[in-house]
Design a protein around this ligand. Structure first.
Ligand code: COA
Length: 386
């Protein structure tokens, strides 16, 4: 019988917890105090005052842009939004039931075919590539959803911000200012997170001097797992499965009793509140209130209360992470559940590309060692004598 994949465990040193793999000036996390900052700017400040486009500039350049620089970046991102016609045809050839993350991973890889600077791995060409990928991820994800629903992809609207344009291309109508702002904040919060699994995967691939498409394809693959970006979809599936607030307590107690995990809770680095969860919790509550139904927020909040209490009692204190309240927030914004992880990628592409650029700026092949635990010096036995 095949052994099922483990969701935890591994023993001492497993999962490279707390190992510093390389210096980086892009993102800082203090897991004890719950601090996250991008290039020195606290995430709370950025969420309250900035825009996704400004954060993109910050991640790529290590400083905030001046007005003119931000306008130029906006123009370049808008100019890069459209997809090559061949990519749209390719999307149309995918099976109807294709998982959106599979479709995204496959098309990102295929974008390399249509890069006019394909053979140029210089830093300048890679900066242009980072820009093209960041602009196109939003168009790609919206197109994946429309095509699987039998609709034609919509042309991007140049006058809309990255966040508003994505919601427009997805839903076919322009979002309200409140919806666009909420989504913009979600993009800011997900844009980078230091050496998380997908970013590290991107850096490992870039470190071999494979091109940026290869690095980003690795990252998309790593993000898709339920222990990483896939958790937000699992959270919403759980909320839908529970169905109503009065069923929450039994569901959560039964799950924990059986040794199961509640997705969207716990973190490999934070030992206190994930600062991104603070904003998403507030957004989930606000959007619910605005829509006159706080059911999904209320259920999420009750789940969080029980898990925090129960796990603290077991002396394994864990808290909600970025994925927990993004689930109900996206649901109320009308986003299909299996697009939550691709949407994570629409934002994280900014961080991934920043890390690839940083890796290439001072490259060293990433090649750790393993601690060998197998047998040694076995005598080879011919196959028919085993
Ligand atoms: N539900 C129930 N128990 C959980 C849990 C959860 N969501 N997250 C962690 N635990 C348990 C672990 O199983 C572990 O128990 P054990 O010592 O008996 O094995 C204990 O709490 C401590 O876990 P910790 O060391 O803090 O976490 P980790 O570094 O091993 O794993 C995650 C971190 C993110 C993989 C883990 O918390 C998890 O699987 N969370 C759910 C998936 C998720 O939301 N991922 C997105 C992360 S942004």
């Amino acid at each position: 019988m095949t052994k099922p994949a483990s969701t935890s465990g591994g023993g001492a040193g497993a999962g490279l917890r707390d190992v510093v793999a390389a210096p980086s000036s892009i993102c800082y996390i203090d897991g004890e105090q719950g601090i996250l900052s991008y290039s020195g700017y606290n995430i709370h400040d950025l969420a309250q005052n900035s825009t996704f486009e400004e954060v993109v500039f910050l991640l790529w350049n290590g400083r905030l842009p001046k007005r003119r620089e931000l306008d130029e970046l906006n123009d370049r991102l808008v100019g890069d939004r459209a997809l090559p016609a061949e990519i749209v045809s390719m999307l149309k050839s995918f099976p109807k039931g294709a998982v959106p993350m599979d479709a995204l991973r496959t098309t990102v890889s295929a974008l390399a075919f249509y890069d006019p600077e394909r053979s140029d791995n210089s830093l300048d060409a890679n900066r242009r590539r980072a820009q093209g990928l960041t602009a196109r991820f939003a168009t790609l994800v919206a197109a994946i959803d429309r095509i699987r629903n039998g609709k034609d992809p919509l042309d991007p609207k140049p006058e809309l911000s990255h966040a508003a344009n994505f919601l427009y291309m997805l839903n076919g109508k322009e979002p309200t200012d409140v919806e666009a702002h909420a989504f913009d904040i979600a993009l800011i919060l997900h844009a980078d997170h230091e050496f998380n699994a997908s970013t590290f995967a991107a850096r490992v691939t870039a470190g071999t001097l494979a091109d940026m498409y290869a690095a980003i394809t690795s990252a998309v693959g790593a993000l898709s797992g339920p222990l990483h970006g896939g958790a937000n979809e699992q959270v919403m599936k759980m909320l839908l499965e529970i169905g109503s607030p009065e069923k929450v307590d039994k569901y959560v107690h039964d799950k924990l009793e059986a040794g199961g995990k509640i997705m969207g809770i716990g973190h490999a680095v934070y030992r206190t509140e994930d600062p991104r969860a603070t904003h998403l919790r507030r957004m989930s509550k606000e959007i619910g209130k605005r829509q006159g139904d706080t059911k999904w927020f209320d259920m999420s909040h009750r789940i969080e209360e029980i898990v925090v209490e129960e796990m603290t009692r077991k002396q394994k204190p864990i808290r909600a992470n970025v994925d927990f309240y993004s689930a109900s927030t996206y649901y109320m914004l009308g986003i299909p559940v299996d697009l939550y992880t691709p949407i994570f990628a629409v934002s994280r592409i900014a961080g991934w590309t920043a890390h690839v650029l940083e890796q290439l700026g001072n490259n060293k092949l990433i090649r750790p060692r393993s601690e060998y635990t197998g047998e040694m010096d076995l005598k080879y036995i011919p196959i028919d004598q085993r």
